[in-house]
Design a binder for this molecule. Structure first.
Ligand code: NAD
Length: 282
């Protein structure tokens, strides 16, 4: 993954350079790309995640990372301790928390009638409760400090329904309204936004989808491919920076056009012989 961003000013990006940042799920997939991007933009980044190996290898994989802390975001006591540790680490790096990216999440692919109460609770505990615990820790610090930016990873699945992910979808819809409600209460000192990616090529996606399923999904996306994690990270960086200074309370899809239309836009245009394809099939 490229960490070279030639368009950035030397010394880092205004609004990000010199700030302390916490990225949950920050050592894998989308979160790793966000950590890398914020480091490149001049932030001091502490990543938090639950995977043992991704934490152990974080320093060698991600030069410039302040540290990686292993924590289960579903445990409020552990989240409090991890943020206290992050305070100490960021103080050592000469800064304080100015950016939170609450991104850690899980998904389980299963039919609605097969979802057990324990599975439902775990998905909610990580994806919604975990975002709340981290956002509250961050908000308290930012209100008392110099303000800040809180960004949450929701999903297009939090905006429209998607079969086989009822629990996940409900958790992501919750994240969107959590972000909007916090934005109202915390303005003007703290901006809060939800980012809603569509299909992104990450370990989570590769674990759940076979190559055939990935291909079938790509066929239905107007841009005909998954996003790369770095493309999603670029939106996070925009929102965290001074370029995004007027954006708060927003839920922003970044989805290759997935939400632009309904079923007709997905299937009808490409139906063989429909005669309405904008371009001949390659
Ligand atoms: P990933 O599996 O590569 O990364 C998930 C990260 O979350 C890992 O770092 C993992 O350690 C961390 N995590 C999981 N459970 C945790 C817990 N209990 N406590 C602390 N950390 C925990 O997945 P990804 O695709 O990069 O997903 C990142 C976020 O993006 C998730 O919230 C996911 O729902 C969301 N998302 C992903 C896609 C996609 O297509 N990949 C699309 C929309 C939204």
């Amino acid at each position: 993954m490229s960490t070279h961003f030639p368009h950035l000013p030397p010394g880092g990006r205004p609004g990000i350079a010199g700030k302390g940042a916490i990225v949950t799920g920050g050592t894998s997939g989308i979160g790793e790309a966000v950590s890398r991007r914020l480091i490149a933009d001049g932030a001091q980044v502490v990543a938090m995640a639950v995977g043992e190996e991704e934490i152990e290898t974080a320093h060698e994989r991600m030069p410039g990372l302040v540290d990686a802390i292993r924590v289960d975001v579903a445990d409020p006591g552990a989240v409090g301790a991890a943020f206290a540790e992050a305070d100490r680490l960021l103080a050592g790096a000469g800064t304080t928390l100015g950016i939170l990216v609450a991104n850690a999440g899980i998904s389980i692919r299963h039919r609605f009638v097969d979802i057990t109460p324990d599975e439902w609770r775990r998905v909610m505990a990580v994806n919604l409760d975990g975002v709340f615990y981290c956002a509250r820790e961050a908000a308290v610090r930012m209100i008392q400090g110099d303000g800040g930016v809180i960004l949450m990873t929701a999903s297009t699945n939090g905006i429209v329904g998607h079969p086989l992910y009822a629990d996940y979808n409900a958790s992501k819809a919750g994240v969107i309204l959590l972000a909007r409600s916090m934005a109202l209460e915390l303005a003007p000192r703290v901006r809060v936004n939800a980012i809603c990616p569509g299909y992104v090529m990450t370990p989570m996606q590769q674990a759940e989808y076979t190559p055939e399923m990935l291909e079938a999904a790509d066929e239905k996306i107007p841009l005909r491919r998954h996003a790369q994690p770095g493309e999603i990270a670029a939106l996070f960086a925009y929102l965290a920076s001074d370029d995004g200074a007027y954006v708060t309370g927003a839920a922003i899809p970044i989805d290759g056009g997935e939400l632009a239309g309904g079923l007709a836009s997905r299937d009808w245009l490409r139906a063989p012989g429909s005669g309405v394809a904008a371009f001949p099939e390659e």
